[in-house]
Design a protein around this ligand. Sequence first.
Ligand code: DC
Length: 222
Amino acid sequence: MSQLENISTPPVITIDGPAGSGKGTIAKQVAQQLGWHILDSGALYRLTALAALQSNIAIDDIATLSHIAENLDVVFKPDSIYLEGKEVTLAIRQEACGNIASKIAAIAEVRAALLQRQRNFQQAPGLIADGRDMGTVVFPNASTKIYLTATVEERAKRRLNQLKQNKISASLPHLIKEIQTRDARDMNRQSAPLKAADDALIIDSSDMSIEQVVKSVLQVCQ
Ligand code: DC
């Protein structure tokens, strides 16, 4: 990147990590504290999955899935998400939707269709980008890269609490299995697999509070 480009481009902090590692919560709080924009890239894959489900599109219909991803009519509001004018904030959080999102996220054409839409979020004064490939593929020049992780058991417990808050029922053993399957799929796919960027700081949040993680991220940015 040239020096001029560096000066005029709004800064990006990327937060990548596996399912349930708390990226969303941390990204939100860091964005609030800094007054920066936020990109929930997982929501874009979930929205593509929901749109495909609603239109009965097969998981191997790559052309139609890519078309859906490229043309998503989505509005992000501070606490809600709209797909084609309909609120889908809770619908996209269902585990079924997350699992299909993980499957279609392995399709290179779908990832390519969502790439520019994600980069468009890079606006002043800055962006916190949450996902799986934010630091490796979407924003390789990000000023700060974090890889947030935690044990599978801890992540499943957090997911259970999150789902309970949203009045969605689930069982812990079932969630552990689902998270393990999703981790394996996200980490082993050929296109933009989940991994820490070489220059990312790895934070294991298993024994940390949300406040402690937010503090660590803010310290790294400074
Ligand atoms: O973060 P999440 O659980 O909302 O993401 C749902 C799925 O989307 C996840 O299993 C993998 C995929 N995803 C991805 O491949 N790349 C991203 N940057 C974000 C999410």
